[in-house]
Write a protein that binds this ligand. Sequence first.
Ligand SMILES: N[C@@H](CCC(=O)N[C@@H](CS)C(=O)NCC(=O)O)C(=O)O
Length: 220
Amino acid sequence: MLRLHGFAVSNYYNMVKLALLEKGVPFESVIVHGSQSPEFLAISPRGKVPVLQTEQGYINETSAILEYLEELVPAHPLLPAEPFARAQVRALVKEIELYIELPARACYPQAFFGFTLDPAITAKAKDELLAGFAALKRHGRFAPYVAGEQFTLADLYFLYSVDLACIVGKKLFDLDLLADFPAARALFERLAQNPHVQQIAADKDAEMAAFIAQVRAGKK
Ligand SMILES: N[C@@H](CCC(=O)N[C@@H](CS)C(=O)NCC(=O)O)C(=O)O
């Protein structure tokens, strides 16, 4: 059976978890945080979660795991069948990750863990986030899903990256990044009705306080 290594507060872990649940693939969870220990680096070269354990070995990097699952289990596809439409989904995934997830992530220490960042870092992140949201507004179809009628990999990245970026926008810059983006707000509401999304949110909420306390105490 596949084993998913990671923890319930990790947004990348939750992308893979939702893909597995949506596809109906049985899996076991192995609770682990990212680390630079030799044991963990042996299965995840950069020390990050998630990692998927298969009979053949380990797969790291969320996008590689998601593409692997798509090929392994074609049922309940998370990519469209048609090549042009698939390319659009992949472009949206990359845009959300590079231009929203990563600048937001640079601000997590201040937004979630009580650290103070160099203002040059937060100023750069703010500019990048504004450009990233503008790009998503231009490219996303939200009809009703990010890439169109089908729930795809782009929705996984949207759900678990854009929400955190919005918290960063509010906490650090007093910005509502979805203020003039009603289609995105509507999609969040739709996705929140999904029972798998609700299960993942409950698992995350259960672990959140302990995780934040752990990071703040510098124990992670
Ligand atoms: N590029 C990686 C990023 C994964 C990532 O950033 N994971 C975080 C948790 S959400 C992590 O493991 N951080 C631990 C660390 O950096 O030490 C992917 O796509 O899987």
